[in-house]
Design a protein around this ligand. Structure first.
Ligand SMILES: N[C@@H](CCC(=O)N[C@@H](CS(=O)(=O)O)C(=O)NCC(=O)O)C(=O)O
Length: 216
């Protein structure tokens, strides 16, 4: 029996793990779900009811929370490392992931606020979440500008930082196609476009999902 990754087609969090598993040549079966629907299996493996969840060969042991799954993979399977070699580089890559996950978290909150009935949506709440997302995008753009235009953000190899940035930007492009990040941050867009051609990125691009049960 091989590993199973519970994922969702648009999930930026799950995409990080899908890319890492491919880059590390670790075989897995992709189980695509809608975690918001009552049919989801996610709560059977994660008490927090969130995907991604990596289920090991025994079909029971579950590794969950994307940043933890990434850390677990790197610790258990250090060959084809996705982290910089030096301590400061490792910490910087994790700081980048804090920002990308924080952008995702804010955008998820805004996304579902938009799903509330017209009269029940909170404008200030949505503005606050979009402000966090835009602040995070500015931080990423600054990192990329400071990196000087190389293919990868840190050093000369693919790391967690690149995987995390591409995952959030790919999802942003899917869910907020009119967002102006590409016009505001041309270097970030150039960096993303080049990264997104890499095989493990090209074959994990996000796709919309149909949520059939009411969420909010
Ligand atoms: N911090 C978590 C967030 C994961 C998350 O929010 N996953 C969503 C799906 S998606 O937004 O990634 O597509 C989920 O399972 N949501 C279900 C729920 O929150 O109950 C992680 O990094 O793994």
């Amino acid at each position: 029996m091989t590993w199973t990754l519970i994922s969702a087609s648009p999930s930026p969090y799950a995409r990080k793990v899908r890319i890492a598993l491919q880059e590390k040549n670790l075989p897995f079966t992709l189980q695509t779900e809608v975690p918001w629907d009552t049919t989801t299996k996610t709560p059977q493996y994660n008490p927090l009811e969130k995907l991604p969840v990596l289920i090991l060969d025994d079909g029971k042991t579950a590794i969950y929370e994307s940043h933890y799954i990434m850390e677990w993979l790197e610790a258990k399977y250090p060959a084809t490392s996705l982290m910089p070699d030096d301590v400061d580089g490792k910490l910087f890559a994790k700081q980048v992931e804090v920002i990308t996950d924080g952008i995702c978290d804010a955008l998820v909150l805004a996304f579902f606020e938009n799903k509330r009935e017209e009269g029940k949506q909170s404008g200030p709440w949505k503005e606050r979440q979009m402000r966090k997302a835009d602040g995070g995008l500015q931080a990423l753009a600054t990192f990329v500008d400071q990196a000087g235009g190389g293919e990868f953000l840190i050093g000369n190899k693919l790391t967690l930082a690149d995987i995390a940035i591409a995952s959030v930007l790919g999802w942003l492009s899917l869910r907020w196609p009119d967002h102006e990040w590409q016009r505001k941050h041309p270097q970030l867009k150039k960096y993303f476009d080049r990264l997104d051609q890499r095989e493990s990125f090209a074959n994990t691009r996000p796709a919309p999902q149909n949520i059939s049960d009411p969420v909010v």
